[in-house]
Design a protein around this ligand. Structure first.
Ligand code: FMN
Length: 233
């Protein structure tokens, strides 16, 4: 399995989301597993400028230099992992800025066919509340990217740092992580898009084929053969 992990912050030892992600990675790994990791904001430090270049050619994004290695690693991966500590009930700003750079890749525009064969694991922790809305921020992008299977792991850990998390809580988390890791591993043998993803694909196909809002998007869907018999899964 190939895993690409994108961490919302550069915190490691003290980070709860990082430590939870590390346990998932250990549980999911076999000797052949390759893991590629990126840390925000270092790996992609810029905000989207709203230039719209990506909607005609994503390589024309002014930040493509930062994005290229991340895009390559995401396309190669079977599993994407995102971490997101809750910041004022939502994802940290640097993660939102990262996701904004992939607006062109939503199904309403030019989704990458590789995404329809992937799973994504979204990890969020909060001191007390907010993982649901935080995970929703991430889930929206994963769904509209066409990711076939999306798993959300959100927990209130009542602490600012991983070393302050109660030991009994950590043991409980370990059990929950190991259980979900098994499910992801089993599913990875035959990843098929969920009904929701397929339904969205057909709704967007109708929009592009019949309503033809954006010529660049229509051309893209035509080139993929998706107006005919080809499908991204
Ligand atoms: C700027 C900031 C905003 C935060 N906002 C919330 C919040 O809205 N709700 C909450 O329960 N915890 C909030 N927290 C606490 C973190 O979500 C929590 O400690 C999380 O586990 C940190 O994850 P990390 O260790 O991976 O960085 C906030 C922390 C920071 C630094």
């Amino acid at each position: 399995m190939k895993i690409t992990a994108i961490y919302a912050t550069q915190r490691r030892a003290k980070s709860s989301t990082y430590n939870i992600a590390q346990r998932f990675i250990r549980q999911l790994s076999d000797p052949d597993t390759e893991v590629t990791e990126f840390f925000l904001p270092k790996s992609m430090p810029n905000f989207c400028r709203g230039c719209w270049n990506c909607f005609t050619d994503f390589k024309k994004c002014p930040d493509y230099g930062y994005l290229e290695p991340i895009i390559e690693a995401m396309l190669e991966a079977n599993l994407l992992i995102f971490t997101a500590p809750v910041y004022v009930y939502h994802i940290p700003g640097q993660l939102k800025a990262f996701l904004d750079h992939f607006g062109y890749q939503w199904m309403a525009h030019q989704p990458r066919k590789e995404m329809f064969g992937k799973q994504a694991l979204l990890i969020s922790t909060a001191a007390g509340a907010g993982t649901r809305s935080t995970l929703k921020d991430l889930k929206d992008s994963m769904t509209f990217w066409g990711i076939s299977r999306i798993y959300a792991f959100g927990r209130n850990i009542h602490a600012s740092d991983w070393d302050l998390v109660d030991e009994r809580k950590k043991l409980k988390l370990q059990k929950q992580i190991d259980k979900l890791a098994e499910k992801i591993k089993a599913e990875s043998r035959n990843v098929r898009p969920s009904l929701k993803i397929k339904a969205l694909f057909y709704a967007m196909r109708f929009m592009h084929k019949k309503l033809k809002f954006n010529p660049a998007d229509v051309r893209y869907w035509e080139t993929q053969g998706w107006f005919e018999k080809e499908r991204p899964w």
